[in-house]
Write a protein that binds this ligand. Structure first.
Ligand code: ACO
Length: 264
């Protein structure tokens, strides 16, 4: 099946799908992959272009930076050519518009696949939030993460606050956001913001190895397990135990009778 990618190209995005791995690349390296609303809307269209056999989605950036956050020209009088200025709450449909931007980040939690942010260089503001929107993060040792929004008089509103709190805890999330300080890869790993840190030259290989390892497990079991794990934090133990039973029954019922569970 051929997929029309011309709309993504116009949004500064590239999508490549091979052997069950979809790679989404922010492709505006001359601006350090700075993001615009068109890019967020383009990201939101990607799940509609993925085939059912995709099990891993890698999000990465072209050039030396993962992403330098929102295109700061959005805040100038001239705006970004072809896109204009940042929306104002006075504009009609402000809430719906921002929800549409957030959709570009939220799909990365879909249980159909595991999403991995491959981060080299800067991940600032919206770029840090994009890395947080992924299930896993592999960082090059030159990675630098910063939640810059409060320093610019903004809140982080591209879905980053919840995963940040979930990962680092509330006190550290407050400290990171309200100082807007930059953390390096070593500290990011210590704060559990990176599953792995590797030399920059090894980033692509490390991500490919992780993708391969993630695809060694049974596809249906992997999808059901990710859904189970994703819902665990908001359930009681009893609720989660019931959910495990239900998921197991559904998984086994869907399996053809001649497909045996491997013995250990
Ligand atoms: N918006 C628009 N253009 C950008 C952005 C951005 N966010 N970031 C970088 N660029 C452009 C620069 O203007 C420069 O353009 P030019 O070559 O025409 O002068 C080019 O990208 C390269 O940037 P440099 O600053 O020269 O690259 P350097 O490697 O020295 O620094 C860094 C990279 C640290 C990312 C720096 O560019 C930077 O601080 N950018 C702004 C980061 C920021 O504050 N983002 C907003 C966060 S808040 C949010 O996302 C809601």
């Amino acid at each position: 099946m051929s997929v029309d990618l011309t709309d993504l190209d116009a949004a500064g995005l590239d999508l490549a799908i091979s052997d069950g791995v979809a790679t989404v690349t922010l492709s505006r390296p001359q601006r350090r992959n700075a993001m615009t609303p068109a890019m967020w809307q383009g990201l939101a269209r990607i799940p509609g272009k993925l085939s059912a056999d995709v099990r891993v989605v890698v999000v990465t950036g072209q050039g030396p930076s993962f992403c330098a956050g929102i295109d700061l020209r959005m805040f100038t009088a001239e705006g970004v050519p072809g896109e204009g200025r940042a929306l104002s709450p006075a504009d009609p449909g402000f809430d719906d518009e921002v929800a549409g931007y957030q959709a570009g980040f939220r799909w990365l939690r879909d249980p159909s696949f595991v999403s991995i942010a491959a981060v080299r260089g800067h991940a600032i503001g919206a770029g840090f939030q994009l890395a947080l929107a992924c299930d896993l993060r592999v960082l090059a040792d030159d990675a630098q993460l910063c939640m810059k929004e409060p320093a610019l008089g903004l809140v982080p509103d591209l879905t980053g606050t919840k995963p940040l709190v979930d990962i680092v805890g509330l006190p550290r999330a407050i400290e990171l956001c309200l100082t807007a300080r930059t953390i390096d890869a070593t500290e990011a790993e210590r704060l559990r913001l990176a599953e792995r840190v590797v030399p920059a030259a090894d980033l692509d290989r490390a991500v490919a190895e992780l993708a391969t390892a993630l695809m060694t497990t049974d596809a249906a079991a992997a999808r059901a397990t990710k859904a189970l794990l994703g819902n665990a934090p908001r359930r009681s133990l009893a609720e989660q135990a019931a959910a495990e039973r239900a998921a197991q029954a559904k998984l086994l019922q869907a399996r053809s009778p001649d497909r045996q569970v491997p013995s250990t």
